[in-house]
Design a protein around this ligand. Structure first.
Ligand code: SF4
Ligand code: SF4
Length: 125
């Protein structure tokens, strides 16, 4: 039976070093959610990726994501796919040492349903 990791919203992944990559579609959604033009959103909330291959979310001075407010994601409804996909669709060796997602054994059908939910934009995973 497959294992699905249930996020416990500990926000560790919103605080560790790295970058949240943004697609053009995500910039459009995030800008609309913030009530900003795309140009203003890009100016206020993004930076160039380290490889200069596109844009990423800005970090706060403490390294946390610009959209982390206390223990909540302030753009949860439209958060980038990279955030939605972790840790079930991408992760790294030893991620369980920091990420508190609960490993739950589920049926193949339930696993497929949950993965489809993660992939569907508009759901609040
Ligand atoms: S956008 Fe939200 S979920 Fe993604 S890193 Fe920032 S605070 Fe965390
Ligand atoms: S994915 Fe893991 S690290 Fe990120 S908020 Fe959920 S439990 Fe925490």
């Amino acid at each position: 039976m497959p294992i699905f990791y249930e996020c416990q919203r500990c926000t560790a992944c919103c605080r560790w070093p790295g970058q949240v990559r943004l697609t053009n579609e995500e910039i459009t959604r995030l800008a609309a959610f913030k009530g900003l033009s795309e140009a203003d959103f890009i100016q206020q909330f993004t930076r160039l990726r380290w490889d200069r291959g596109g844009l990423a979310l800005l970090e706060k001075p403490d390294g946390g994501c610009i959209f982390l407010e206390g223990d909540d994601c302030s753009v949860q409804a439209v958060k980038p796919q990279q955030c939605r996909d972790f840790p079930n669709l991408w992760n790294f060796p030893g991620f369980q040492q920091t990420c508190q997602a609960f490993p739950r054994e589920v049926s193949e059908a339930e696993y497929a349903r949950r993965i489809a939910l993660i992939k569907s934009t508009g759901s609040h995973q």
